[in-house]
Design a binder for this molecule. Structure first.
Ligand code: ZN
Length: 264
């Protein structure tokens, strides 16, 4: 099987204090530490598989976020027509990963069964637990279930040869990571199992978390899935765009190519 190309596509950005990004703040300096927002593209062997949906202008307005361009427009910069995409892996149903569904009318959605239960169950009766969910985006997914578009996963599953999803809970109950065969070896799109490199390196989780124990166990599980630690790709770290080469000089700072490994 030929290795796949993998791209990180940045679509939004948020300035915030560093202390907002760590559960345990004692040794965190008080400077700024911004978050980037990504979707990802896996391409090769005749397939184009999108990982996550990002959010659209409605989601941005509700949260006071700034979209640099819609996630679907980011895909178009790589020559991908979102309307033709057949498979979208959804790592979890938080607003910044599960919006903009209307741009992908022909895609099947690969989602952990546990995540749908979490996003529609008793925990959403808690203001804290539902804070990062958007009810309209979740309703879009309920409709997708009724339209036979959701492929439910329970634990680990192969999406295509060389591409698999793995339940890594903690951030949400049904969060999943994606493992991909690349020229650099087995690469893992951790999504929000790791927000920032430092969350995992310092074992200091991002504070939006359902289960801290599962989150920390997930840091170790990711190491089992990836060939090397630097092939574990965090979900929101601006360093991804600095550590990996640009997909194309015109896309510098916007789209990184991950499958060749980090820059020397
Ligand atoms: Zn996120």
């Amino acid at each position: 099987m030929a290795p796949y190309e993998v791209y990180a596509i940045r679509y939004a950005h948020n300035e915030r204090p560093a202390r907002d990004n760590f559960m345990f703040g004692a040794d965190i300096h008080d400077g700024p530490q911004s978050l980037d927002y990504f979707i990802w593209l896996i391409r090769g062997n005749g397939r184009e598989i999108v990982v996550d949906l990002g959010f659209d202008h409605m989601g941005a307005a509700r949260r006071g976020r700034t979209i640099t361009r819609l996630p679907s427009e980011g895909l178009q910069s790589l020559g991908v027509d979102p309307g033709q995409v057949k498979d979208v892996i959804v790592t979890h149903l938080h607003y910044d990963h599960a919006g903009d569904l209307g741009a992908f009318p022909n895609a099947r959605l690969h989602l952990q069964e546990r995540e749908m239960m979490f996003a529609t169950g008793r925990h959403m009766g808690s203001r804290t637990m539902r804070a990062a969910f958007d009810v309209d985006y979740v309703c879009d997914f309920v409709r997708a279930v009724y339209d036979d578009r959701v492929l439910f996963v329970d634990g680990a599953s192969e999406v295509a040869p060389g591409i698999s999803v793995h339940h890594i809970g903690g951030h949400t109950d049904g969060h999943q990571a994606v493992r991909v065969w690349t020229a650099a070896g087995w690469l893992v799109l951790a999504s929000d199992a790791v927000h920032l490199y430092a969350n995992r390196e310092q074992e200091n989780p991002f504070p939006i978390v359902y289960n801290v124990g599962d989150m920390i166990a997930g840091y170790q599980a990711l190491a089992q899935l990836a060939d090397r630690d630097d092939l574990i790709i965090p979900g929101h770290d601006p360093l991804v765009l600095a550590r990996f080469p640009a997909a194309d000089p015109s896309l510098a700072g916007e789209v990184a190519r991950l499958d060749l490994g980090p820059l020397g």
